[in-house]
Ligand binder design. Sequence first.
Ligand code: GDP
Ligand code: MG
Length: 829
Amino acid sequence: MNIEEQSGNVLTLADVKTGEYCVIVRVMGHGGFRHRLMEMGFVRGEKVKVIRNAPLRDPIEYEIMSGHVSLRRIEAEHVEVVSVTEEVANSYSFHGTVTEETERILGKEGKRIHVALVGNPNCGKTSFFNHATGMREKVGNYSGVTVDSKVGYFKHKGYTIALADLPGTYSLTEYTPEELYVRQYIMEQHPDIVLNVADASNLERNLFLTTQLIDMNVPMVMALNMYDELEKNGDQLDLDTLQELFGFPIIPTVSSKGTGIQEVMANIVNLYENLEQYTKHVHINYGADLEKSIGIIKEGLMEIPDLASHYSIRYLAIELLAGDKTIENLVGKYDNDKKVSALAAEQRAVIEKRYNEDAASIVSGAKYGFVRGALLETYTQGKDKSTQPAYSADKILTNKWLGFPILVFFLWFMFQMTFTLGAYPQAWLESFFGWLGDVITRVLPDGIVKDLLVDGIIAGVGGVCSFLPNILILFFFISILEDTGYMARAAFIMDKLMHRMGLHGKSFIPYIIGFGCSVPAIMATRTLENRKDRILTIITVPFMSCSARLPVYLLIISAFFTKHQGLILTSIYLLGIVMAIVTSLLVKKAAFKQERDQFVMELPPYRIPTFRNAMIHMWDKSVQYLKKMGTVILVATVIIWALEYFPRHGKEVDAYTAQIERVQADETLSAADRDAQVAQLELDRSACQIENSYIGRFGRFVAPVFRPLGFDWQMGVSLITGFAAKEIVVSSMGVLYHSDLEADEHSSALQKSLQTHTWTSGPDIGKPVFTPWVAFGFMVFILLYFPCVAALSAIRREAGRKWLLFNIFYTTGVAWLAAFVVRLVSMVV
Ligand code: GDP
Ligand code: MG
């Protein structure tokens, strides 16, 4: 027997005729659907007028909150109403809370809450039921012969709570009749609230069922039963945090004695009355691979009409991926050409091949990871019990004392490998592009096409490609750390520290990637569930000094610092980290004051990584990087090249050209002298060319901005060219400081010209431009100012235009101020 049968037929919005009025009693169905309807104004107590409803007409048109909306019939059937007369409707006003007036209208209908008891066998459901309803159901191990539910009633605050005692299940799959029954009950009967009874003395196993209920997206209250057992064992549980993590109320109960039952009921009524505000829905994160497959299946499901109003699409997608036959049949009823089941089978095969395990186990593994993560944060065991072997390494790896040093070691190792191993292919690629440039120089005639190819495209693409080996190696290690499950532990270890910064432990991973390149780091923030954490991480990641900035530091440090080189480099990196922390705290205070959501940090089971898997993941990530680089950077380098290249002719440039021709024609000079003079003149000409180019003019225009920092206009222009990519700063300096030699191979030449460069005007005329302080200030500026165009476009895509603008102005402002502080300090010291 079910509750709807007992209370007679329910009137739904679909039954109300054209021109009639009604008041909404409740919206049934799963969370996502209910949420959507509520956003449209279909909330309890709201009055509705039916504008048009012909028997076979779909959709139906309604007037609600003095606006018109149309609902599909199938959606309207999920809205339970009481019909009222026009006079009542006109005199009736609803202010969002259940007032006496609304109660009068909603009457008896609105006072019934349908609650389903769901939990493992022997967790105390029937005891709870008997205490609450005063009935005498048989307590003890449920035999499972008759799969059925008992319904009892209970009064609380004027509500009649109809409590359905369902059979006990460990899981909500399809393997036993009990499981199927309970799942069907929840999906078809739409209980208003599911009361999940969990045995506190066996949390891990009991919470597994809870994760399935979370997937189903039903409003939930948990009775944490057998709390006496938990206390007797000396275990400790941080209930407040656990509630936050799971996103629903959790009440400790001892149902054999009746303790806590009143409180559970109070919470049920409270949740029911405030269902409109019920927004926090926790998503269990299944990890990048599974989430990707779930996303693909979800897209397929979205195309099937009517499914979304009946079921939670995400839930269906997860079950289809896990290979649940019952759900497949269910979806098959709607999915005529079996497109989605083919899609699911395809994704299942991908996942199973990748992990060499059946999809259902992978999904359960992720669920246990969620539970483990939540418990590790909230639960302290009194007496020692044996833990699952799959997690025993956690004892060491997340240990209070050992965890951090181990993490530091792994990171050190990873970066060491990235830069030492990566140096070889990097050198090969650089010489390849150098060779390619030479060949083209020789083959093509002088002119704009050659210049564009050699100085624009090859220089740009070559610069990007030479970083590719480092990126690939870094991603290879990150993939391995992720695949083994260690990354999740790293996030866990860092969580406390990151929380102090107003961030989440998972922000740690993007930060680490950020030392390689901001673009994939910003993309990696997608694993963060909450928008606040994501935004804060995205706008602070660029302060993690990316590897493209390193060549600039190396150039400057080796030119101006003979002692403590390593220390100075480290101080730059540390300054970046400090700025990220300060920024995150400030922005959080200013923009995200209210939010304090906590999320479970999933601890997936440890797995042995496979080479193949690591390669696939590495490739996935690198493709993102390459796409960004290949498009955005290429375009940007060509633009910057053009701004440097044009206008082509000026009086001074032409004068140099004439002089070069004169020297070449001069018979009195020896061949060696002539070549030397020509080379010098050509250098001067290209410097003059740049000085008069659009970018040079712009640089001189903004030079006063850089002057207080002790920077000359050449430094300013070099910084601006860093907009395309930070490594371009080095080659710009090469050109601007009359050192036309390739910066990375002959950096000593460039360094020499930097060391000897003097002011040609202003108060410091004749003094060297670069002092160690100016050099340090320049590095600080490089570290902090706006990220490259590829990173900016990633920020825009992940965080939106507003945060993009904020990032550009904030980082540049901070860079200016910091360099100015360095300047002031230099004057004092
Ligand atoms: P069900 O299978 O979930 O319906 O569980 P029952 O209500 O049949 O309870 C199973 C056993 O646990 C019975 O022996 C109950 O007396 C006992 N029990 C139920 N709740 C509690 C509790 O909170 N604490 C303790 N210590 N025992 C309980
Ligand atoms: Mg029972």
